[in-house]
Design a protein around this ligand. Structure first.
Ligand code: HAM
Length: 433
């Protein structure tokens, strides 16, 4: 039989990666909470037409990257979500959430895009995103950017730069687009096949091309910024001045267009060198047209989504500190008569708020201590028949200050006062750090 393997481009996240994920997830949850964002959980499968309408028919995502299928029970066209802004807006409309006023929401989970897998680009990947709905002012754009920047900073990441642009409003983009198409048509001979195909459907995306033969043409192309009206300009200037007042460095990149059709006004991306390429680790912007595109009464929105695998890769590269321990306390025990006491000791320690790994599977004390060391626990609780008969257990220090293994220190403590003794010992260790 063939060996069963995960689908290409879809990765298992193994327990060894838990410390990294935990550091990331805890940082995200704390930051979201500190800005008043509440978590929303929407289905991974949505009607295909949600993304066709929301993301746009001519985008790469909808044209060639969606995992779509027909529900064999009712013939409905369904898609594994390639992103979650459309899903969040759908849920907001379905449950009439804007009736209660503006909504600040965040999400985390798997997304699916049928791209060519490579480092930092997968077919199943994770995003963490935040969406602010019902807020039209530049303060909301600034808040969303500050929130994302805080997550990156709190993770301890460096070297990630923020690029920002304004896409203006539809009429401004139309005027720019007409001029751009005329310019590109006048230079047809320089366009590659992809660009020619996009010329009328999605000419802005031509400006994203990496084809070296087209770079000077792209350099000289009419710029959207020159087509922005007073209101769009004022919105952009205000966002930028709010960011500057908060000392958030950013660079205006007039070529930043994003790959989804729902944006207007502010768009932004955080980019970082990863290995020998530069990857976008986060993207977002304002998407005021989206609510109406999905059938709702017009309402503004803006948000971002972080690419989790890319962030984790940067955390690895920058050796961001994580806590590798599996537990605080490892309980070793020997002899049938100690089992019930060991289970009880573990439960009481957990009652006291400690993370406890209870040895299972028997073995010599020596073998059990090897496991205890491997678990990263700070202490082992040692339960043997003789000590137990005296109402005592051993408390053994597994780590010296700084995390090095085994000082060998051990003392007897009364079983009845075990949890207090461990908590006191942990506090004492914490103070001496
Ligand atoms: P996006 O730029 O398509 O935007 O994706 C956001 C981030 O997801 C990217 O910057 C990247 O880090 C990560 N990402 C995208 N595709 C892949 C992939 N194949 N493998 C690994 N990571 C990937 C959106 O999805 C919008 N919904 C963002 C948004 C939220 N705009 C407003 N609110």
């Amino acid at each position: 039989m063939d060996k069963l393997q995960a689908v290409k481009g879809m990765n298992d996240v193994l327990p060894a990666d838990e410390p990294l994920w935990r550091r990331f997830e805890e940082t995200v949850a704390a930051s979201m909470r500190s800005y008043g964002y509440r978590r929303i959980r929407t289905p991974i499968v949505e009607p295909t037409r949600l993304f066709v309408r929301g993301i746009g028919e001519m985008t790469d995502i909808v044209e060639k990257e969606m995992y779509s299928f027909i529900d064999s029970l009712n013939g409905e066209a369904l898609t594994l979500r390639p992103e979650n802004t459309a899903g969040v807006v759908r849920a907001t409309l379905q449950h009439n959430l804007l009736h209660e006023g503006p909504q600040r929401m965040w999400y985390a989970g798997q997304m699916f895009r049928h791209e060519r897998p490579q480092k930092g680009r997968y077919r199943q990947f994770h995003q963490v995103g935040a969406e602010a709905l019902g807020l039209a002012g530049p303060d909301a754009d600034a808040e969303i950017i500050l929130l994302c920047q805080r997550i990156l900073d709190d993770l301890g990441l460096t070297g990630i730069s923020l690029e920002i642009n304004s896409l203006g409003q539809a009429a401004e983009r139309r005027a720019h687009r007409d001029t751009l198409v005329a310019y590109l048509e006048a230079n047809q001979d320089v366009l590659d096949a992809d660009a020619r195909r996009r010329l009328h459907a999605n000419p802005l995306r031509i400006l994203d091309s990496k084809n070296p033969a087209m770079q000077s043409l792209i350099e000289g192309a009419p710029k959207l910024v020159d087509f922005l009206g007073d209101e769009s300009r004022a919105h952009f200037d205000r966002v930028r001045s709010l960011l500057s007042a908060q000392n958030i460095p950013h660079r205006v990149n007039p070529r930043l267009v994003r790959g989804l059709d729902y944006y207007n006004l502010t768009v932004f991306e955080w980019v970082a060198p990863l290995g020998d390429t530069v990857l976008t680790v986060c993207g977002g912007g304002r998407y005021d047209p989206l609510v109406e595109m999905l059938g709702g009464k017009p309402a503004p929105g803006c948000g971002f989504a972080l690419g989790v695998e890319r962030i984790l890769e940067l955390m690895r590269e920058q050796a961001i500190d994580t806590d590798p321990s599996q537990c605080d306390v490892y309980v070793v025990h020997q002899g049938d008569e100690t089992l019930a006491a060991a289970l009880d000791a573990a439960e009481r320690l957990r009652d006291a708020g400690l993370d406890v790994l209870m040895h299972a599977g028997g073995g010599s004390f020596k073998a059990q201590f090897r496991r205890a060391d491997g678990s990263g626990a700070q202490f082992a609780v040692v339960i043997g028949p003789d000590e137990l008969a005296r109402g005592e257990v051993g408390l053994k220090w597994l780590r010296d200050e700084g995390g090095a293994t085994a000082s060998g220190r051990q003392r007897a403590v009364a079983l009845s006062g075990l949890a207090d003794a461990v908590v006191d010992a942990m506090l004492a260790e914490g103070e001496s750090d």
